[in-house]
Each structure stands twice: as structure tokens, then as C-alpha cells.
Design a protein around this ligand. Structure first.
Ligand code: FE2
Length: 174
């Protein structure tokens, strides 16, 4: 769940343990334990936690008919659809496998996996900064907040819950 109360965030690493080097990570889209529950019918696997910009990269998975509530992006978003069909309620296109999208900062949208999607949606999202969930689709007020720090904490908690080693996530922090 995104957060609604704020304190200073840190990545939890000793400065001497924080890497600035390049890294690779291998996701396993078929391993149910690696999918972090996010919303009803929505999960993600992390690729990176950008605690420098507040952004993050994830593969998002969603069942047909599920949705990610209306939210506003303070930074850019790149998305590449790998499986399934999805759309934003605010736009008239439908993303399918192979569809790349670019969104400038300052967009509010509501992500829906279409009811007729032939399979669960999986999309790589590279998000440049935090996002603000809104309490209604138009002229919405603040409802909750998400960024690289909050997703890191959420993912660490999931790893503890399913007996995975949360220290493995440290390699994804930059
Ligand atoms: Fe978004």
C-alpha cells in the first residue's frame, strides 16, 4: 500500500555499503513468491529502486478487469507492454504486447487491465519520480503517495513475509 503519512526516508544502507556501480537483475515471472501484492489483482516485481530521484522500475502484473487507482506523476514514465491488454481511462488507446508508452511529468491517469485481455497484463514501467494517488479521477485531492523508498519498504516487508532474503533487494538500490 502507498503511504499517507510522511517521515524522512532512507534506503537503510550504511553509506559504505551503497553501490554506485551498474548492475543486472534477473526476474522470474513464473515464481509466485517474487510478485509483491500491490492492489486487488495487481502485483509487481522490482527491477530497481532509484532513491536518488525517488523513482523506480518494476514489472507490473494485473489480472483482466483489475485496476491501479487514479494517480498523478511528478516525473516521467516509460512503459513497455510484454503481455496482455491494458489502457488508461484518460486515453483512447489500448496497449498490447509490444506497445511502448512515454508519459511526460504532470499526468494523472487510471490504469485498467481490459476485461477482455487474453492473459494477465505484464508491463515494464520505468518511473522517474514519485506519484500521488488521488481520491477521485477529476480534480482529485491527495489520497496516498508512492516512490522508490515506499516501494522498497513494501518489497522488503513482502520478502520477510514469504521468507525471502530482503538483503537481496539491496543490490537494486541506487
Ligand atoms: Fe502511472
Amino acid at each position: 500500500m502507498p503511504i499517507t503519512a510522511f517521515n524522512s526516508h532512507a534506503d537503510g544502507l550504511e553509506p559504505s555499503l551503497r553501490s554506485r556501480e551498474h548492475f543486472i537483475t534477473n526476474l522470474d515471472l513464473d515464481d509466485d513468491r517474487l510478485w509483491v501484492p500491490y492492489a486487488e489483482g495487481i502485483w509487481f516485481q522490482p527491477c530497481s529502486f532509484n532513491v536518488t530521484s525517488g523513482g523506480f522500475s518494476v514489472v507490473l502484473k494485473g489480472l483482466p478487469g483489475s485496476m491501479v487507482g487514479t494517480h498523478y506523476h511528478v516525473g516521467t514514465v516509460h512503459g513497455y507492454t510484454m503481455r496482455g491488454h491494458w489502457r488508461y481511462l484518460e486515453h483512447d488507446w489500448i496497449a498490447k504486447p509490444g506497445t511502448y508508452i512515454y508519459e511526460p511529468a504532470g499526468e494523472a491517469h487510471t490504469l485498467v487491465i481490459t476485461d477482455d485481455s487474453p492473459e494477465p497484463m505484464m508491463t515494464l514501467f520505468v518511473v522517474g519520480g514519485g506519484l500521488i494517488y488521488l481520491d477521485k479521477p477529476s480534480n482529485g485531492n491527495f489520497a496516498a503517495y508512492e516512490d522508490g523508498f515506499t516501494l522498497l519498504e513494501l518489497t522488503r516487508q513482502h520478502y520477510r513475509d514469504v521468507s525471502l532474503d530482503p538483503k537481496k533487494l539491496d543490490a537494486l538500490i541506487r
